[in-house]
Unconditional design. Structure first.
Length: 150
């Protein structure tokens, strides 16, 4: 028996079953979002509805982040992305908020995609864990979002 074939077979089986229920749900949400975008039905109201569905403290953080982003980078369009609040330019998601409950994580995340203008040397952070928002975190998020769209 060839051990490479055996290993390959195991990884194929694992990847076929590898998505968690939360990941499958996120993919289904993304398909619905793409359909809404094609039909011109994607709106800020979808983002606000997703935020309203969150539990505390994620809901409060997501609301505040929404306010910070819309004030700091009015050129970004709010939209949902894999069922998460996201902010896009020309259809490309620049940044997003992921609640802790989304994937049963111990903290929420605020992240950036590759279209964000955050490059700094050969390595830089693209996602941040959030347990709470203080004035310091709010200022950092505002500065990062402004840099991301510059």
């Amino acid at each position: 028996m060839n051990p490479v074939k055996s290993t390959t077979k195991k990884s194929t089986q694992k990847s076929a079953k590898g998505l968690t229920a939360e990941e499958r749900a996120a993919l289904k949400e993304r398909l619905k979002e793409e359909k809404a975008e094609r039909e011109g039905k994607a709106a800020e109201s979808d983002v606000l509805a997703k935020i309203a569905e969150m539990t505390e403290p994620d809901r409060a953080m997501a609301k505040r982040i929404h306010e910070i982003i819309t004030a700091s980078a009015p050129s970004l369009s709010p939209k949902t992305w894999y069922g998460m609040p996201a902010y896009a330019r020309d259809g490309d998601v620049i940044c997003f908020f992921q609640s802790a409950q989304k994937f049963n994580a111990r903290y929420a995340q605020f992240g950036f995609n590759d279209k964000a203008n955050l490059d700094e040397g050969a390595m830089w952070p693209v996602a941040f864990a959030l347990k709470e928002l203080t004035a310091a975190e709010e200022a950092k998020i505002s500065a990062l979002v402004k840099k991301a769209v510059s």
